[in-house]
Design a protein around this ligand. Sequence first.
Ligand code: ATP
Ligand code: MG
Length: 253
Amino acid sequence: MNMKTVIFSHGDKGGVGKSTIAAVMVSRIVDRAGHCAIIDGDAKTPDLYNRYAETPGVDVHAMQINYAGAASVAMNQLAELVEKSDSPFIVINCPAAAGDTLDELAGMFSEVCAMMDVRMAATYALGTKDECAGSLAESLKNGLMSFVNEKDRMVLYPVFQGDQSTFPWEKDPARPDYRGGESIFPKLEPQFVMQALEKTTGHLSDAVSRTDIGLTLYARVSIKHWLQDAASVLDPLLFPSGWNDDRGDDDDA
Ligand SMILES: Nc1ncnc2c1ncn2[C@@H]1O[C@H](COP(=O)(O)OP(=O)(O)OP(=O)(O)O)[C@@H](O)[C@H]1O
Ligand SMILES: [Mg+2]
């Protein structure tokens, strides 16, 4: 029996690839586990919710996680969604500035997960901007990332922003003491392919076979390879050793 998993796609502020990473996770989870729930933490522009709203095997929810001044209301709602979901995986897509809410109350959220026997995991997508320096170190010290077990957390360098050396985390004084996964998250190129992909809905892999969205064969092959590379980065976190691919037949009673 696999342990139910809740996984945060967390990261630095503004456009570092959190939603893209979450979308790759969801498709990979449905492939291997048959079902996935989504909590999109940005109720104003819920890109992940919109992508999967009509997709079989995916339950979608949207709520505001960076709820200024009312962090406990947001955390209560988040924990309640996790408590009520009967999906084997719940992907939480963090909005920009989720840290204020999450980092404050992640300890209590992790206790709730422990009470439910739910594994809590997270990716952290790094940014290259100066304002990103220190954010991960802070989260690892007191925030969400500090409540995730070493083997269940992974720092990602989304290299569409630049190569690994351009990320402040690379030279952060806290990095040598960090314990957990670290990996490069691959870039989909050329850029117009990513733009076309972002206009589609449903599983990202569907774009590989679709002929109605004006993508060349080359573009479709690029998406396929990118998804394979991204899956090999995320798989160890999503499906740790001991994870059983047998979906069982105890649901849909
Ligand atoms: N792996 C990638 N390869 C190429 N381009 C990417 C990749 N990931 C993200 N991008 C580009 O960066 C943009 C922002 O990505 P995304 O929406 O995933 O970031 P985000 O961290 O969720 O942003 P926000 O903080 O606004 O929620 C995308 O529209 C896309 O153009
Ligand atoms: Mg996003």
